[in-house]
Write a protein that binds this ligand. Structure first.
Ligand code: GRF
Length: 182
């Protein structure tokens, strides 16, 4: 199955998806940030890339541009990997059940931003990450799988984020492989 990845930054989850691809091909890496580190990596790797800044554009036009690139690349499933923009309801509806995301918390806990600081502040003993289907509700679709890591004494949001990120890199390729073959 052909997968398109959307990202906005570093792209470490995209790299994990590319390096551990099984049962799927990454045929496009797209970004709303033309200078995202993940885009530079994908280009070096010889992957097809597409960047479109949404600045000064109606959201529908911006999304139509991304969508045209995804369709031209034959994309059947979209994997969000640190894509920091909300997809419109219309976009989600057109790709219903074919978009997944990785979120750095054990959903349904801590939807949205600052997940690690919130988990530490709550006194949680475990944190983790979730791969879920994307719906119109932010971080709200069916959870496909999760990985847990401990929260250790002295953890800061950064040290916890680094531990969770390693778990993300293991979990996401497995979940995407399962998703595309189900
Ligand atoms: C990850 O923590 C992911 O869970 C969240 O955004 C971050 C993206 O990091 N959605 P990267 O760009 O994949 O390195």
């Amino acid at each position: 199955r052909k997968v398109g990845i959307l990202l906005s930054g570093r792209g470490s989850n995209m790299m994990a998806l590319v390096e551990h691809a099984r049962g799927y091909d990454v045929t496009l890496v797209a970004s709303d940030k033309p200078d995202a580190a993940g885009i530079a990596w994908a280009r070096e790797r010889g992957l097809a890339t597409f960047t479109q800044s949404p600045k000064g554009m109606p959201k529908a036009d911006y999304e139509a541009a991304i969508e045209a690139a995804l369709r031209a690349a034959g994309v059947e499933v979209i994997a969000l990997a640190g894509y920091m923009r909300l997809l419109s309801d219309a976009f989600v509806a057109r790709w219903r059940g074919r978009i997944i995301n990785i979120h750095p918390s054990l959903l349904p806990k801590y939807k949205g931003l600052d997940t690690h600081a919130r988990a530490i502040a709550a006194g949680d003993a475990v944190a983790g990450c979730s791969v879920h289907v994307v719906t119109e509700e932010l971080d709200g679709g069916d959870v496909l799988g999760q990985a847990e890591v401990p929260i250790l004494p002295g953890d800061t949001a950064d040290t916890l984020a680094a531990r969770v990120l390693k778990a993300e890199h293991r979990l996401y390729p497995i979940m995407l492989a399962e998703f595309v073959t189900r």
